[in-house]
Design a protein around this ligand. Structure first.
Ligand SMILES: Cc1cc2nc3c(=O)[nH]c(=O)nc-3n(C[C@H](O)[C@H](O)[C@H](O)COP(=O)(O)O)c2cc1C
Length: 245
């Protein structure tokens, strides 16, 4: 359709990188592009921490559930939802910020997602690749301590970036009628559509793994969602001053 759409449709996560370095000027520019994303009420609730120390990278790879590319990627960024500087802004005008609202948590978290998506798309447009790393929330308290995160700041996800050393297939997405509804939420027919989609996901895995894996999407989801999902999150976020009301 056009180059932007072609680029967006060719997205796939990259987890293996060549040794080609990514100049700091390029990283700076990608972060500036991230900043240009829409931001709720102009709040700009995202702070990015670039992790340079090899030792810290190694720790983060372990905290993320032993994901080696966190240590190996040429660039690793941590995206933090940040309501701390807003407290400063209020202080500058002799007011006390009311904090702890779930709405503020949503706002800053959404800002991070939009910022990061802008950044990775810009990176892909320049021939780089990357992958989001939600795994850092496995040991979120340890990550926050390592990065000296104050109250009202939490790490939402990390991101590996670099020049790709692999060319994985794109993962097929759900059929349009499952995700695009007209006027009302109507999921009749979705079970059949998902069953059909399952076959395309099985085919994708068969191709990607040379026939070793053929898991359907619904099966993958059913396995994932029968386990607890980072049950420590609420307590941690409340300790950081989020989700109190
Ligand atoms: C917020 C977020 C967190 C993610 N965390 C991880 C992660 O910890 N490790 C990983 O290998 N991939 C991670 N991913 C990548 C997804 O697995 C990937 O985007 C999804 O399977 C679709 O594949 P694709 O990006 O290649 O299209 C994450 C993606 C998002 C959006």
């Amino acid at each position: 359709m056009n180059q932007v759409i072609d680029l967006l449709k060719s997205h796939r996560s990259i987890r293996e990188f060549s040794d080609r370095p990514v100049p700091q000027a390029l990283i700076d520019e990608l972060v500036r592009v991230g900043q240009c994303a829409s931001t709720s009420s102009f709040i700009q609730g995202c702070t990015v921490i670039q992790i340079n120390s090899a030792g810290d990278r190694q720790k983060l790879a372990v905290y993320a559930g032993d994901q080696p590319y966190v240590a190996r990627a040429p660039v690793f960024l941590v995206f933090c939802a940040d309501m701390q500087r807003h407290r400063l802004a209020c202080e500058m005008h002799a007011t006390t910020m009311l904090s702890g609202y779930t709405e503020q948590f949503i706002t800053a978290t959404v800002d991070c997602a939009l910022f990061a998506q802008n950044l990775i798309v810009a990176a892909e447009s320049l021939g780089l690749g990357g992958v989001f790393i939600g795994g850092i929330r496995n040991q979120i308290a340890a990550v926050a301590a390592l990065l000296d995160l104050p109250d009202l700041v939490y790490p939402v996800f990390g991101m590996c970036l670099g020049y790709p050393d692999q060319a994985p297939l794109s993962r097929p997405r759900l059929p349009l009628p499952v995700v695009l509804k007209q006027d009302r939420y109507d999921d009749s027919g979705d079970r059949e559509r998902i069953a059909e989609y399952d076959q395309s996901v099985r085919d994708y895995y068969m191709n990607r793994t040379g026939g070793r894996k053929a898991t359907a999407w619904s099966e993958q989801i059913s396995v994932m969602l029968r386990r607890e999902s980072r049950p420590h999150m609420l307590k941690f976020l409340r300790c950081k001053g989020f989700l109190l009301k």
